[in-house]
Design a protein around this ligand. Structure first.
Ligand code: AMP
Ligand code: GLY
Length: 425
């Protein structure tokens, strides 16, 4: 019997890490990626799919038929929330990811909060508003009687920009105005959540879920701010490490995932994919800030290098509902990934800069995020350009290995954080 032909949807470091891991499986035959990026298309997967949009389901279906794809793996949230899994099911095709109803756990923050409340998953206290005046009234009451700080969130997908952590009444009113009156996120801001502001360190815990069984992956920590010491504006993530020992996995599994599974069953949600819990470790215990319904980015770039079990086996077991028969084994050490960003990022940034030194990478791997390959050269094409990941038997060793390799790479304007994983030491 031949191997499995796989299509990966997406174009970031996460998708490169998935492709890189799958390439190590003897059971994988051909790998394709839509739309991919310079690195993915050069050294891992092939596709002329670059011209197909990730929301063009008919176009993707045509590609799947033409290339005899056996399994499609969805990286980003947008196609999931637009129902790519439901579409594939009508065509009797195998696809890894939750259907549109389940994807609401990420595409509607209100859906997620109400789910958490109903099934006793710890989360910050919240109120929902679809009326601007009532939201403003609530902010006045909250800031004068309960606490000065609060968090305002647009309900729908806003490319990670829909959350406003506010330290005054004015900030909060301004956030609600931007979302509901100025409509900066258009219909994603029809409703807002106003919630309690929590404090503490953050951690990420992902799990594979086939609807009946949940298998947690190792916990990790992302670094969202642009500058060392967690200062400056938020980004898509500047680096990560795993395992994050700060999280008590057993209690997180019990409080979050056991209740999650109960909720799926009661709501008849067909969830086959990755559930990602963004967690805050408060003085009163863990609290879930958000769910994502897919692999995290850049967390995947530190988790998959530590995975010993065949990734294809795990993904097929998830899609086929056989996760109860699986066990996951991990390397003993730690993995650290540092994001190399373009000059100007997270604001307006340059593109088209030549990247040097990729051939000098030794005991690390450079996952491509925002690159393209042209005239035999790699050029920058996004804000986050590369994710350099290294593993070692100790976290300290992984940090020094990863930075030794980062130093070998250069492009005009390149910048990165120098303290990734230091909080894990
Ligand atoms: P979310 O997309 O809901 O994870 O929010 C993005 C970021 O906003 C989180 O990673 C936190 O840093 C912050 N955040 C979200 N909710 C809260 C909260 N209730 N209290 C404090 N910070 C929060
Ligand atoms: N690292 C956060 C995310 O993937 O959304």
């Amino acid at each position: 019997m031949g191997g499995t032909n796989i299509l990966i949807i997406g174009s970031g470091g996460r998708e490169h890490a998935i492709a890189w891991k799958l390439k190590q499986s003897k059971k994988v035959s051909k790998l394709f990626c839509i739309p991919g990026n310079g690195g993915i298309l050069q050294d891992t997967a092939r596709a002329d799919g670059g011209k197909i949009d990730i929301l063009d389901f008919d176009g993707i279906y045509g590609f799947v038929k033409e290339n005899k794809i056996d399994l499609t793996i969805v990286g980003p949230e947008l196609p999931l929330s637009e129902g790519i899994v439901d579409y594939f099911k009508t065509k009797n095709l195998k696809i890894f990811g939750p259907d549109r109803r389940s994807a609401q756990l990420e595409s509607s923050k209100i859906f997620a909060k109400e789910f958490m409340e109903k099934y006793n998953i710890p989360t910050a206290a919240f109120e929902v508003f679809d009326n601007y005046d009532l939201a403003v009234k609530h902010i006045e009451h909250y800031t004068s009687h309960i606490a000065r700080s609060l968090v305002v969130k647009a309900d729908g997908l806003a490319a990670g920009k829909g959350v406003f952590v506010c330290d005054s009444k004015e900030d909060a009113e301004d956030a609600v105005k931007k979302i509901m009156v100025d409509k900066i996120f258009s219909s994603a801001g029809k409703r807002v959540i106003i919630e309690e502001k929590l404090t503490g360190q953050e951690a990420s815990l992902m799990a594979l879920c086939d609807g009946k069984t949940i298998l947690p992956l190792v916990p990790s920590q992302d670094h969202k701010r642009i500058f060392d010491g967690d200062r400056g504006p938020n980004t898509g993530g500047m680096g990560a490490y795993a395992p994050a020992k700060i999280l008590d996995e057993a209690s997180a599994k019990k409080l979050i995932f056991d209740n999650f599974l109960r909720g799926l069953k009661e709501e008849s949600l067909d969830f086959k994919g990755v559930i990602y819990a963004g967690i805050m470790l408060t003085n009163h215990g863990i609290s879930v800030l958000e769910f994502n319904v897919r692999f995290g980015d850049p967390e995947t770039q530190v988790i998959l290098p530590l995975l010993k079990t065949d990734l294809l086996e795990l993904i097929l077991a998830t899609v086929d509902g056989n996760l109860n028969k699986c066990k996951i084994s991990w390397e003993d050490g730690s993995c650290v990934s540092v994001v190399l960003a373009s000059g100007g990022y997270p604001g307006k940034y340059d593109k088209g800069k030549e990247i040097f030194g990729l051939n000098n990478i030794g005991d690390a791997v450079a996952f491509h995020a925002g690159t393209k390959f042209e005239d035999n050269k790699y050029l920058t094409s996004g804000g986050r350009v590369l994710n350099v990941s290294a593993i070692d038997s100790t976290l300290k060793g992984a940090i020094s290995k990863v930075y030794k390799n980062v130093e070998k790479i250069k492009f005009d304007g390149m910048h990165f954080r120098r303290d990734i994983a230091a909080k894990g030491l």
